[in-house]
Design a binder for this molecule. Structure first.
Ligand SMILES: Cc1cc2nc3c(=O)[nH]c(=O)nc-3n(C[C@H](O)[C@H](O)[C@H](O)COP(=O)(O)OP(=O)(O)OC[C@H]3O[C@@H](n4cnc5c(N)ncnc54)[C@H](O)[C@@H]3O)c2cc1C
Length: 296
């Protein structure tokens, strides 16, 4: 098979924003869609488990030796913006902050809020990343995917994807996202868009612990409440297990402030869930995705 290149025994903590994770047996970072597809085919024909990571910004990977192939899409950076129509085509690995700034510079409106999300387009679609009532799914037209079991490549229209709050079917099915087509409102005021983008980033940095390794919001917000508020009301900010700490800045963030391992973090997640259930009667569900655990 052409264009197959991977490394062996790679430390995955370097590929997650919380800086935790064991070793990948095989690891590869394709630079374009063809290389990506070939890697998926390689794992299929060689009966290898295939794990996908984008920027690893919503991911807890266990401190184990992860057998099989781990693909990181971050080097798939092709993006094409049509300033007149507002149509954007982006490879799965395009970073949201990069896209957000490019949209503003091209006068496209609607992506200013994404600037503070350190994830990729593919990861953001899989997670249905959002902020308040906004989500990337709102701007999505279609995705090109490959089925890891049948190797069939297809285009799925947005209306055929059942997006829910921080959930997409890509979390459960065999489809991986190669590329997305999106639409943003064209002909906006470039200066204003750049200003809003800058302000949005500033607000994120002021309210969330950007200076420490984390994976964003740990839990989904329960109906009519905020996970961060519930955790704060229980006085848990600053509570630590090993090197994992509930951020003193934002109750729904866990930060890795001194060489936390995956067990510290999973234990902390479990303790928070137990305390919130006991004291508030609410069962918090993790937003963070997990690899290499027997977690439900
Ligand atoms: C400081 C900080 C702030 C954040 N703020 C926000 C926020 O405001 N709103 C929000 O929603 N999230 C936020 N997040 C969480 C995170 O950035 C988003 O969920 C992001 O979209 C994840 O993208 P990723 O590329 O890092 O995905 P990863 O964490 O690498 O992966 C997440 C999941 O997506 C899957 N995946 C990755 N790429 C693909 C693909 N090409 N095809 C199919 N599946 C794929 C992975 O297998 C995994 O299951 C924040 C995180 C941090 C660290």
């Amino acid at each position: 098979m052409k264009n197959i290149y991977f490394e062996k025994k790679i430390k995955l903590s370097n590929y997650t924003t919380i800086k935790v994770g064991g070793f990948a047996e095989y690891f590869s970072q394709p630079k374009n869609a063809d290389e990506f597809i070939n890697l998926i085919k390689w794992s299929h024909f060689n009966n290898q488990e295939c794990y996908l990571i984008g920027a690893g910004s919503n991911l807890l990977i266990n401190n184990i030796f992860l057998k099989g192939l781990t693909i990181c899409t971050k080097k798939m950076r092709y993006i094409n913006i049509e300033p007149l129509t507002g149509i954007v085509e982006a490879d799965a690995g395009v970073m949201l902050p990069t896209m957000s700034n490019m949209l503003a510079k091209n006068g496209l409106q609607g992506g200013e809020w994404t600037v503070g999300i350190p994830g990729t387009v593919g990861g953001a679609i899989c997670m249905n990343a959002g902020s308040g009532k906004l989500s990337l799914a709102n701007n999505l037209l279609s995705v090109q995917v490959i089925d890891t079991k049948t190797l069939k490549i297809s285009e799925i229209q947005k209306q055929d994807i059942n997006f829910q709050y921080r959930f997409s079917p890509f979390q459960d099915n065999n489809l991986v996202i190669i590329r997305a087509k999106l639409h943003f409102e064209p002909k906006g005021n470039i200066e204003q868009l750049l200003e809003t983008t800058k302000k949005n980033l500033k607000r994120k940095i002021e309210t969330q612990p950007y200076d420490l390794p984390s994976f964003g919001s740990v839990f989904k917000n329960p109906t009519n409440s905020y996970a961060g508020k519930l955790i704060e009301e229980l006085g848990l900010k600053g509570f630590k297990i090993g090197g994992a700490e509930i951020s003193t800045m934002h109750g729904n963030f866990i930060v890795n402030n001194s060489s936390a391992n995956s067990k510290d973090i999973l234990d902390l997640i479990t303790v928070i869930q137990q305390k919130v259930l006991q004291k508030k009667g609410i069962s918090l569900q993790p937003e963070v995705r997990m690899i290499g655990f027997d977690y439900p």
